[in-house]
Design a binder for this molecule. Sequence first.
Ligand code: TYD
Length: 136
Amino acid sequence: MPLNDCRIIELPKIADARGNLTFVEGGNHIPFDIKRVYYLYDVPGGADRGEHGHKSLHQFVICMSGSFDLVLDDGFDVKRFHLNRSYFGVYVCPMMWRYLDNFSSGSVCMVMASAKYDEQDYIRDKKDFLKAVGAS
Ligand code: TYD
């Protein structure tokens, strides 16, 4: 899938003096059903996470607190998203090399995924990824 399919999605925000509320419905706000949620937290300064690709997994990445960058690479082009609001997320389509960096202290990254954890779905070697997308 092309890099242009990966995009920022703005989620509903119910503004309230008691605190704002945002929600995500699989198949409605994001183009897949949610089978798994995981989150990254206590990330030390200077760390990179998530340097890999997925063969068939769809994901939606939200910055719940603080800020970080999500970098997506389809083998031909690279896009960097700076995330710092919990009512925006980035949809990551399958066959996208990705990593996260530039974490602020105390930041929390939540990821919604279209399938349960499956190591067989990972592409961990960038050379294998570039070959698979026909970029090398
Ligand atoms: P991984 O996705 O490899 O993260 P990163 O690319 O940032 O290092 O996950 C790190 C470890 O956590 C790996 O051993 C697999 C495990 N893991 C699960 O068991 N379930 C999950 O849902 C996820 C995302 C990871």
